[in-house]
Design a binder for this molecule. Structure first.
Ligand code: SD4
Length: 290
């Protein structure tokens, strides 16, 4: 049996999956659903890893990364963009209304403004305070599951059985200026192949980028692995290549064409939100480092 519609996302993001589910119930596409779902987290100042209220880089600038991918394998992304609250929607515009797939920094921001997006100061008082506190030591050592938590990666299957995905983040807190993570990069933070399934990542982007994690998961599923086993294998690659894996967290989620899902992380503490059969549930992911 094929499970549809379905929404699955990284971390505890019930409002976001509920919004995506609502879109699917209205008969909208999986693409609309993931965009609308991700916008909920982008607008939420309490989520300090995404959009408005995101923690800034070392110099106090909030720079956003996001991407989106549709059922036809089209992709759009923005990287290191400032002052625009909804990078996932700008990414969709890049995909649909430009001849390109990836726009960066000022170019992305100017494109967004040309498309009617408003400029907003994304640095909230709370995030500014956290940054000022951080500056006292300027120690760069993210704390697993605490700092750099809550990047949203979302996958959805609509009533036609078509799959789309999106991923949006403010990246690692106190990153170097210009640093770009895995989240907006095709195949790393997100990959969709509508014949096979989709995958998305959260955690230390550098480790995901080096193993092209989401593409790897989709290819493993293409070769017959379940979403769960494919996530485990992708985490296994990271463990093998990073003797210091104790120091960082990565979480993957995946879905296949049948609507089977999986998730796996290096450490305990990674949560997954799934909306299916009219129920929104949070599940603690299986993890490697027991
Ligand atoms: C990054 N993967 O920029 C993102 C961070 C993240 O929850 O996932 N935070 O590396």
């Amino acid at each position: 049996t094929i499970v549809k519609p379905l929404v699955i996302a990284t971390w505890n993001v019930n409002n976001a999956t509920a919004k995506a589910w609502e879109a699917l119930q209205q008969g909208k596409s999986a693409l609309d659903a993931v965009e609308q779902g991700c916008r909920v987290e982008e607008a939420d100042p309490k989520n300090q890893s995404v959009g408005y209220g995101g923690l800034p880089d070392r110099d106090g600038r909030v720079t956003l990364d996001a991407c989106i991918m549709n059922k036809d394998g089209d992709y759009g992304a923005v990287v290191c963009m400032q002052n625009i609250m909804h990078p996932v929607s700008v990414a969709r515009k890049v995909m649909e209304d430009t001849p390109h797939v990836l726009l960066a920094e000022v170019g992305a921001e100017e494109f967004a403004v040309s498309q009617g997006f408003e400029k907003t100061n994304l640095l909230t008082e709370a995030s500014k305070k956290a940054w000022e506190e951080w500056k006292k030591t300027s120690l760069y050592k993210p704390i697993i599951n605490i700092e750099n938590h809550d990047t949203i990666g979302m996958l959805a299957i609509d009533k036609n059985g078509d799959i789309s995905g999106a991923c949006t983040t403010s990246g690692l807190a106190y990153k170097m200026a210009g640093r770009i993570g895995d989240s907006p990069i095709i195949g790393s933070g997100l990959f969709i192949d509508n014949e096979v399934g989709g995958a998305t990542a959260t955690g230390l982007g550098e480790a995901v980028l080096k193993t092209v994690g989401s593409f790897l998961i989709v290819e493993l599923m293409r070769n017959g692995m379940s979403p769960q086993k494919a996530c485990e294998e992708a985490i296994g690659r990271i463990i093998k290549k990073n003797p210091n894996y104790e120091d960082f967290q990565i979480g993957y989620i995946a879905v296949n064409k049948k609507g089977e899902t999986g998730s796996y992380s290096i450490h305990e503490g990674f949560w997954v939100t799934k909306y299916v059969n009219d129920k929104n549930t949070n599940t603690a992911s299986e993890f490697y480092n027991k």
